[in-house]
Design a protein around this ligand. Structure first.
Ligand code: SF4
Length: 86
């Protein structure tokens, strides 16, 4: 399925949990130490990316969203805009 990941990086507290649970999608910025979405686009502090995800890939993104202590990661079904996590 196609999923969309959104990251409001402005409020990131740099705990690295997302980069640990979903290293294919998240990495810590060398510039400001906050999380960034690999190959994501940024608009007003929010990063977005869409990927074609198998179950494993989707679960990693969902785990990242559920594990973020400040709830700034969201995962949507990109086909119907239904929020999958958190
Ligand atoms: S889990 Fe949340 S707070 Fe922690 S680094 Fe990732 S986006 Fe930032």
């Amino acid at each position: 399925m196609k999923i969309r990941i959104e990251l409001n990086r402005e409020n990131c507290i740099s705990c690295q949990a997302c980069a640990f649970s979903d290293p294919e999608d998240f990495e810590m910025s060398a510039e400001d130490g906050k999380s960034t979405l690999k190959e994501g686009t940024e608009n007003n502090g929010t990063m977005t990316k869409e990927i074609e995800a198998n179950d494993d890939r989707k679960e990693k993104a969902v785990t990242a969203a559920k594990g973020c202590p400040v709830s700034i990661i969201k995962v949507y079904n990109a086909e119907n805009n239904e929020q999958i996590a958190p």
